[in-house]
Structure formats: structure tokens, C-alpha cells
Write a protein that binds this ligand. Structure first.
Ligand code: MEV
Length: 325
């Protein structure tokens, strides 16, 4: 048993959001906004986890035999992943788990990154020997415990890093050999939670099954074409696919006026294509930007009320930052 700290990146969805929840593929790139978790064994008589945020001295203490109520949103993901680990390899000691990360997450996957960082730090601290596949299964189950519905693509991005083709709820996770991506990310403002947007699409799906299934089929097709375009660096073609998927996300009812303003501004300033990224309802949009137009696109997004998000794409996956007995 030792102390260990791990960090994991956030994510940016390139193509495939919402359809991916139903088993269709998506393209995702890891973003270098990193979240960390540090695990320290504690000498206490009743085995419990003590969860802290780095900036606060307050801890949430949960006895190991009471894990799983997930009543506090702030600590639910860490609690859920410790419970999943404990089910597989009984944890017999008390642990302090301290999480840390940027104050503003821009909807770039902070929950999955924290979950993965906590699992990786536990893996190292308790010498559990989990590989990436086992970490993915554990963390995806933990995210489902908290959220109910999710595809797991963000967990895969946090573990593997780089740019991935992800399908069948994680049965297929294929790293793509792509260069750094010519993208500009704009933040439109905070949104309601991902779960309620996934639920909104589920309700439309139950009212209009044929229409929504047909949209998902198109998203599947354009994601597969997008993978090919990405691998060929066929940016203009990928830009078309971004624009088409934005139209389909609009049809699913998850775009917003502020997002549309930023997307239109980026296109008018010369982007190959632009779309919302993630669940919609707010958060980020992404534009594929020809190098000569990057500055004009950034300015246009800013002038349309957006904030430019500076984190790099294609970031490395989860890693152990320190480990000491
Ligand atoms: C959210 O970033 C993307 C969704 O497809 C949900 C998910 O895949 O878990 C809407």
C-alpha cells in the first residue's frame, strides 16, 4: 500500500453525440484540461473513505460498508468508483482521496476524468493490477451508477487519450493516428445537465421512433465517413460532416441560440465546418479552422458572445503523477 496521484484528461466530442448513447459510433479527442485524484492510506479503526476537494479542508467520510448511496453530487463519482473497486477487490483499509482540477470545466468531461483519475490512483496505491480495459469497465459502471444513461465515450477518452473511434458502448475503442487537430473551441455558457438532455432525446425517440432512428443512422454513417476524412486529413470534407451533424442535432432539439450564434459566426469567418460538441443545451461548440482563418474565427466567436477555450486536443490519457510508499 502506498500513496499515489493520477491525472486524466477531459474530452471533446467531434462527431456522433447522442446517437452514441444508443450504441452508434462517435469520434472523440482527449483535451488537455486535467483532473487529478490522490489516494493516501489512513490509519483508522473503521475502514472508510475520506473524500476531499483540494481547496477545502471539509471531508465527506463514508464507511466502506455504506458505499453506494451517492447522495452528494460533489462526491458521487468518486464514491461510485470506490464501490465498484471494493466489489472486485475488497478494500480493507481507510483511504483519503483528494480530487483537484480547474474551477471551470466548460463541459469538457470533468466527471469522467475525476472518476478515471480516482480509479487509476486506487489501482496504483493498492497494487490492484487493473489494465486499461478493466479500468474502462469499472469506471463506465461507476458513471452509469451515478447518471443512469451514458455511452462511456468520455471514460474511454480519459483512459486512452488521443483521438478515438468509439462504438457499441465501448466494445470498440480504436485509437486513431491523427495529427493535432485544426480546431477552435468556443464556450457558449453553462448548460442544464447532460442527463436531462439525454432524457429529452429519449422522449423524442419514444414519440418519433422512426424519425429519431433515421437521424441516428445518418449520424452513424457520417461518423464513419468522418473517421475516414480525419485519417486522410480531408478537412473540408470533415467540415461538411460537422455542418450536417449540427443540423441533425438541431433536429433532435439540443442546440440553443447562443450555440447557433457562435457556430454561424465561425462559419461566416471561414471555418470548414462548425457544430456543437457534447450534449448541447449550452457548453462548447467546435469549428474546423483553416490555418489562415484561425484568427478571424476566434475573433468572430468572441464577438458573438463566446469564450475561446485554449486547451489542446489529442491529449495523453490517464497517467500516474506520483507514487510513494
Ligand atoms: C455528452 O457529452 C454526449 C452524449 O452523447 C452523452 C454520452 O455519450 O454519454 C449526449
Amino acid at each position: 500500500m502506498k500513496s499515489a496521484r493520477a491525472s486524466a484528461p477531459g474530452k471533446l466530442m467531434l462527431l456522433g453525440e447522442h446517437a452514441v448513447v444508443y450504441g452508434h459510433p462517435c469520434l472523440v479527442t482527449a483535451v488537455d484540461i486535467r483532473y487529478s485524484a490522490a489516494v493516501t492510506p489512513l490509519d483508522k479503526s473503521t475502514p472508510a473513505i475520506h473524500i476531499h476537494r483540494a481547496e477545502s479542508s471539509a471531508a465527506r467520510v463514508i464507511p466502506l460498508n455504506e458505499l453506494g448511496q451517492l447522495s452528494e453530487p460533489e462526491t458521487a463519482f468518486v464514491e461510485a468508483v470506490v464501490k465498484r473497486v471494493h466489489q472486485q477487490r475488497t478494500i480493507a483499509t481507510s483511504l483519503r482521496i483528494e480530487t483537484d482540477g480547474p474551477a471551470i470545466s466548460y463541459g469538457l468531461g470533468s466527471s469522467s476524468a475525476v472518476t478515471v483519475a480516482a480509479a487509476a490512483a486506487l489501482n496504483e496505491s493498492l497494487d490492484l493490477g487493473f489494465g486499461n480495459r478493466e479500468l474502462f469497465d469499472l469506471c463506465f459502471e461507476a458513471v452509469l451508477d451515478v447518471q443512469g444513461k451514458a455511452s462511456g465515450f468520455d471514460v474511454a477518452a480519459a483512459i486512452y487519450g488521443g483521438t478515438l473511434y468509439f462504438s457499441e458502448r465501448g466494445e470498440v475503442i480504436t485509437p486513431l493516428d491523427v495529427p493535432s487537430l485544426p480546431i477552435v473551441i468556443g464556450y457558449s455558457g453553462a448548460k442544464v445537465g447532460t442527463v436531462s438532455l439525454v432524457e429529452k432525446v429519449a422522449q423524442l425517440h419514444s414519440r418519433q421512433p422512426f424519425m429519431v432512428e433515421s437521424i441516428f443512422e445518418l449520424v452513424h454513417r457520417l461518423t464513419d465517413d468522418g473517421r475516414y476524412a480525419l485519417e486522410q486529413k480531408a478537412w473540408a470534407e470533415l467540415g461538411d460532416l460537422f455542418n450536417i451533424q449540427q443540423g441533425l442535432l438541431d433536429a433532435l432539439g439540443v442546440s440553443t441560440l447562443p450555440l447557433s450564434r457562435l457556430i454561424e459566426a465561425a462559419r461566416s469567418a471561414g471555418a470548414w465546418g462548425a457544430k456543437l460538441s457534447g450534449a448541447g443545451g449550452g457548453d462548447c461548440m467546435v469549428a474546423l479552422a483553416e490555418p489562415d482563418s484561425v484568427e478571424a474565427i476566434r475573433r468572430a466567436i468572441h464577438d458573438a458572445g463566446g469564450e475561446i477555450v485554449e486547451y489542446a486536443s489529442n491529449a495523453s490519457g490517464v497517467r500516474i503523477e506520483s507514487s510513494a510508499t
